[in-house]
Structures are given as C-alpha cells and as structure tokens.
Design a protein around this ligand. Sequence first.
Ligand code: SDX
Length: 422
Amino acid sequence: MSTTAEIKIDGQTYEFPVITGTEGEKAIDISKLRDLTGHITLDFGYKNTGSTKSAITFLDGEQGILKYRGYPIEELAEKASFLEVAYLLIYGELPSAETLEKFQKDISMHTLIHEDMKKFFDGYPSKSHPMAQLSSLVCSLSTFYPESLEANQSDEEKDLTIIKMLAKMTTIVAFIYKKSLGHPLIYPKNKYDYITNYLWMTFGQRTEDFEPNPVVVSAMNKLLILHADHEQNCSTSTVRIVGSSDCNLYASISAGISALWGPLHGGANQAVIEMLEKIKADGGDTDKWIAKAKDKNDPFRMMGFGHRVYKNFDPRAKIIKKACDDILESLGINDPVLEIAKKLEQAALTDQYFIDRKLYPNVDFYSGIIYRALGFPSEMFTVLFALGRLPGWIAQWKEMRSNKEPIGRPRQIYVGDVDKHM
Ligand code: SDX
C-alpha cells in the first residue's frame, strides 16, 4: 500500500506523504505543496479536502456508518443517555456511574443564567427567529464570564467553561421558547436530570410538580444523541476555525449556531416541515413536487434529502424514521404530514434523478415530525438541533485547542482586475 503520492508539474515529479486513518481513510498530506511547487489546491466547498485529524467521530458515507469515539450510533441511541454521549464526545470515554453522577451534578449547579441576561429578551422583536436569539445570547455568555476569554485556560478552567456552556444552553433554549409564547419563565430544578430539566423549563407549569412522559424523555434523549456530532460539517468547521483564532468557547459556539441556521444545513429540519405543509395544502400531490425538485429551472429543492457525505442512507434518518412511528403511536398522534413524508420518500427512492444523484433522506427529513409531536413549533427545530450538536461542537473545539492547531486561513486564486490605478 503506497505511503506516498506523486504530482508531476512542468515535467518535475513531487512526492507527498499519504496518511491512513484508523478506519482506513487515506489522505495526501499537501502541507508542503506551495513551498515545493508554488501551486495551491482549489476545492470549492472542501468536498475533497480534510481540515484536520480527529479522534471524535467517524462516518462512512458510502456504507451509512456513523460512530462516536468508535461506538456505533445505533448502540448509543438505544442504550446511552444524551449526557453520557456528551461526556463520551468531549472526554473520549463513556463515564462511569460515579463520573456521570458528578458530571450531572456539576451541570445542575450551573443551569441558572445571570438575571441581567433576561434584559436581552426585551430587545428582540416578538417574532424574531430563535436562532438569532440563541446565537447572540450564547455569545453574550462571554460577557458574564470574562475569565473564559483567556486563550490559555488551564484544563480545570476549560472544564468549568464547558460545564457552564452545557448547563446554560438548556436554560437559554427554554427561556427563548417561553418568551416566544409570552409565558412566564420556568427556572431549572436541580433534582431533574439534563433532559428532564430541559423539558420542565419548556413544558412544566409554575405551580405543579412535573411528571415527564417517559416516551417524551426517551425521544428527546435519542434525538439529541443522533444530532450530537457529525465530524467536519459546516457548523463544526465554523466552530473550529473561529476557535483557531484563540477565540473563547462561547463565541466559537455562537458562530457554529449561526452556521447551523442555514436551510441547507441545520435549518433544513424547519424547512422540511414547511415543505410538507405546503405539499399538504397543495393537495398532497407528491409527484408534482418531485418533478419540481428535479426541474433545474425551479428553485424548489426536496428539503431533508441529499447529503454532502452520505451517498447511501443516513443512519440517523433510519433510526429517526422508526422512532417517528413509535412516538406518534405512543402519543396517539396521527400527523398527516408523516404520510406525505413517507410517500415522498418512496417516490424519490425509485426516481432515477434521485437514484443517479444518490439522494436519500437525511437526519432532517423526519426529525421535525417528532419535534412537532413533542409540542415544539417549527421555528424551534433548529434550536433543538443546536442543543443536540452542542457537545460535538465543544468536543471539536477542545480537540483543536488541545492539538494547538494553527489559525485556519485558506488560500485563494485571484481572478479580479489587474494593474488598475487612480
Ligand atoms: C445537515 O455535513 C453534514 O454532516 C450536515 C449534517 C450534520 O449532521 O451536520 O448532516 C446536517 O446539514 C443535513 C443536510 C440538510 N440539508 C438539506 O436537507 C437541504 C437539501 N439538501 C441539499 O441542498 C443538498 O443535498 C446538500 C446541501 C445537503 C448537499 O449538497 P451538495 O453535496 O453540495 O450537493 P449538490 O448541491 O452539489 O447536489 C448534487 C446534485 C445537484 O444536481 P446536478 O447539478 O448534479 O444536476 O444533486 C442535486 C443538485 O441539484 N440535489 C438535489 C437535492 N440535493 C442535491 N436536488 C433536489 N433536491 C435536493 N434536496
């Protein structure tokens, strides 16, 4: 198996090392390319370009494989809690019972946000998008914890910042939702675990004690686990490149939230439900909408379909689709858009356009139907994606900082005007 690759330019041959990952992936290390050849590579959207070596998440788009720290996503979704998976991603090992108990306790001690943060909500227009609020509120955490701005925090200081980020995210997300309804805020209760506490602050009532529906708690754990990390996707790459400038964790996560908002990325889960609702309102003619998705002159895209890396099924979509049926049945909900989604999926999977382009349902195709069944409005769906992705972003930021990776600064090919004068 070759450990070098040759590039021939103007009759001269240059040799570059080939590195192989622990799952057998191969890369040509071109870190010396420009020094040796005066050339750079050009790769719009980084479709063929690796930005780092990472030990956190592995996925194989052709085989539909996804693993967190070597554990198959199917096992973690079935057997672990979201907080166990968060610890696994951030610290590299599944926590022992005692470690998990301390992790949960440490987080419980930091779920309150500074009372002055509530003033920010008064400045947002009543219908402002929750992702805009989330991104600005998370970045504003850095104003209350100036010690987190220190680029070279000790491991203990970094761990405390991580605990605060995980803890306060649930409160901020719940407060954003309550504010959108004009409801009084519900404060965290230390007696609840991570997910139950989030559901208490979101759906609890101020007077009664809260008996969470175990189906809802289990569904939230599973959904957040499935969203927890996904190697170097758009928002994670954003978190890493912002963090590479020695920027603090809160601001780096805030940048990731903004990147996730886009409808081609995490914003797709909201766009899927809006698409399904539009198809339902239009009479449910899925063939008509499939034809629109294939028409190059029509800007309509089948949201929740296709993926940069998965050219086979998205293993998360498979798990979510099954969970969708189970949860709706258990909650006694019959959502007509679920039937439209299934009809769309069946039609697309047998359509040559989708087959040729290897377009399959992705994680966003069915998740919104579950979030809606759990009582969330579609504007909150991407916020829930961010709540799930948070431990992955933290783990990737921590890995990049620990590896002392250089500041991210891609090159370009200039194609603008030359030699102009005033
Ligand atoms: C997420 O990267 C990650 O890991 C992301 C994510 C994560 O966990 O972080 O998995 C989460 O972002 C999932 C993806 C959510 N987005 C959507 O569902 C939006 C709809 N899908 C797309 O727009 C698209 O499929 C992307 C953005 C997901 C991927 O786009 P690529 O890899 O850049 O592929 P492309 O846009 O170049 O499309 C290739 C071809 C094109 O047709 P041709 O020009 O070859 O004729 O496929 C077509 C596209 O027009 N195509 C679609 C389509 N997606 C791709 N046509 C119709 N409907 C679609 N959804």
